[in-house]
Design a protein around this ligand. Structure first.
Ligand SMILES: CC(C)(COP(=O)([O-])OP(=O)([O-])OC[C@H]1O[C@@H](n2cnc3c(N)ncnc32)[C@H](O)[C@@H]1OP(=O)([O-])[O-])[C@@H](O)C(=O)NCCC(=O)NCCSC(=O)C[C@@](C)(O)CC(=O)[O-]
Ligand SMILES: NC(=O)C1=CN([C@@H]2O[C@H](COP(=O)(O)OP(=O)(O)OC[C@H]3O[C@@H](n4cnc5c(N)ncnc54)[C@H](O)[C@@H]3O)[C@@H](O)[C@H]2O)C=CC1
Length: 441
């Protein structure tokens, strides 16, 4: 059978699976059964998931874990996290528990502004296009009214519209740069709809000028929101007296605080470290973004752009010791929605949002920034004390045992053994081999 196909999208789900397994999985007799094993027995629920995307053949599970004990602005949360990597939920939970008895997390919104742009090429004089823009700005905004009226009723809408000259970066390049308040919506569809109308109006107004002696040509290239939202930022922090950083494990609080601050400073100045440092932050952020049905690609792209905003990729978190007081904080752009997208469609997303007290989008920004900060605290605390592998491998043990197809008894024995022994792939492998060898005897 040919491995290319016309009209795949028109096939039924069964037909798609047949074609897929025959064309690309012909030697795997279990392929069809594996795909179908993940179908939900509730047909309506399955259909809902089928219709989230295109060409769906099955569901792809991620575990949903809970990190309890998050005290944020004096309110306690159990935070849902959808993630495939072991030790992330444990680290977040441990950090939440640590800060619970030290005043908890404080979070505040620094801004909620979203951005969209109509990108166009204009070959004439800047003064002429600017004059045209100034003269027609009211008309451009009036044309958008039917689209923005409901958002305005809620208290949002378009907050500004500017003409930007980008010809120094690229010949003939200009923008209509628009800022939005989209309240509880992430706003991508709303913004893009507005931008496409704006583009149409702008081209119409340009074309209908009566005198066009010097004003060149105008070509709209594209109209799209920006996922870089440096005006939609949240700050979350923890702080306490350095002496309060002590724990039962006997770490000297002053030495710990100093090492911790140095680790964060290294991430601020060294891009190789910053990327890994921020990956650790995104462990927490992405997991809650996914669990709440938000767009993690948008969040990732925006966060990394923000990390490079000063011209060099740097840490998204910062730390200091001032007057024997330790302070650790994050500032991160998060364009999130608690309406729109999947938020009111996916039953687990709805439940997760309910678990968080049905937050507004700004409240969700606070919660998710805190999850990122806690995650980073857990990772950097491990890195600067025990090393990362000790805790991570302890959590990863079950995955290794599953890979070795360990039985329930073997797992119990391994968990007990590795409470006091260092976990590594080799050590686990040898332990299970030895167990099996002894059983055979
Ligand atoms: C892994 C721990 C938490 C162990 O830490 P521990 O001290 O061995 O844990 P514990 O057994 O003493 O338990 C203390 C608390 O930790 C949590 N905890 C402990 N175990 C569990 C568990 N099984 N399930 C759920 N929660 C768990 C839980 O809150 C528990 O309290 P309790 O529930 O008992 O009241 C610690 O070593 C840690 O925080 N490590 C950091 C792990 C980490 O950051 N993982 C991310 C993956 S590595 C990576 O991707 C990024 C990185 C690290 O490269 C980023 C960077 O470089 O910055
Ligand atoms: N570059 C990107 O990031 C892009 C992302 N997307 C996707 O767009 C989706 C998000 O777009 P949205 O416009 O947010 O979703 P959406 O298209 O579902 O619209 C949400 C709508 O909810 C309504 N609404 C009801 N109550 C509201 C309230 N309290 N506050 C604000 N609005 C309220 C508004 O009419 C709003 O336009 C996500 O699924 C994302 O993945 C789509 C295109 C590009």
């Amino acid at each position: 059978m040919s491995n290319t196909i016309q009209g795949f999208s028109k096939l039924s789900k069964e037909e798609k699976i047949n074609w897929l397994t025959q064309s690309f999985l012909p030697h795997n007799p279990k392929a069809e059964a594996i795909l179908k094993q993940y179908w939900n027995t509730d047909e309506t629920l399955q259909q809902l998931h089928d219709e989230f995307i295109e060409n769906t053949v099955t569901n792809y599970y991620l575990p949903l874990g809970i990190a309890p004990n998050f005290v944020i602005n004096n309110k306690t949360f159990a935070i849902p996290m959808a993630i495939e990597e072991s030790s992330v939920v444990a680290a977040a939970s441990k950090a939440a528990k640590f800060w619970m008895s030290r005043g908890g997390f404080k979070a505040e919104i620094l801004g909620t502004e979203k951005i969209g742009q109509v990108h166009f090429m204009y070959t004439g004089k800047e003064s002429e296009v600017r004059a045209l823009f100034d003269a027609s700005k009211a008309e451009l905004l009036a044309d958008l009214k039917p689209l923005t009226a409901s958002m305005e009723k809620r208290g949002g809408g378009i907050t500004d519209l500017k003409l930007v000259n980008k010809t120094e970066a690229l010949e003939h390049y200009y923008q209509l740069h628009v800022t939005f308040e989209t309240l509880d919506a992430m706003g991508a569809n709303f913004i893009n709809t507005c931008l496409e109308q704006l583009s149409e109006s702008w081209q119409r107004i340009f074309a209908s000028q009566t005198s066009k002696p010097e004003n060149g040509t105008l070509q709209v290239v594209m109209s799209i929101l920006s996922n870089y939202v440096p005006g939609c930022v949240v700050r979350a922090e923890v702080n306490c007296a350095v002496s309060e950083l002590s724990e039962a494990d006997g770490i000297d609080p002053q030495e710990f605080a100093e090492k911790f601050v140095q680790a964060v400073r290294i991430a601020e100045v060294e891009p190789y470290r910053a990327v890994t440092h921020n990956k650790g932050i995104m462990n927490g952020i992405d997991a809650v973004v996914l669990a709440t049905g938000n767009d993690f690609r948008a969040i990732e792209a925006g966060a990394h752009a923000y990390a490079a905003k000063d011209g060099r990729y740097s840490s998204l978190t910062h730390a200091e010791i001032k007057d024997d007081h330790f302070r650790f904080w994050i500032e991160i752009p998060l364009a999130l929605g608690t309406v729109g997208g999947l938020t009111k469609l996916h039953p687990l997303v709805k439940l997760n949002l309910e678990m968080l007290g049905n937050p507004s989008a700004p409240q969700l920004m606070e919660i998710i920034a805190v999850a990122g900060l806690a995650q980073n605290f857990g990772a950097v605390k491990s890195l600067t004390t025990t090393g990362i592998q000790k805790g991570h491998m302890k959590m990863h043990l079950m995955n290794m045992l599953n890979q070795l197809e360990a039985t329930k008894t073997e797992k119990e024995q391994a968990v007990s053994h590795f409470k006091t022994h260092k976990v590594s792939h080799n050590a686990v492998h040898q332990f299970i081999e030895a167990l099996r060898h002894n059983t055979e005897k």
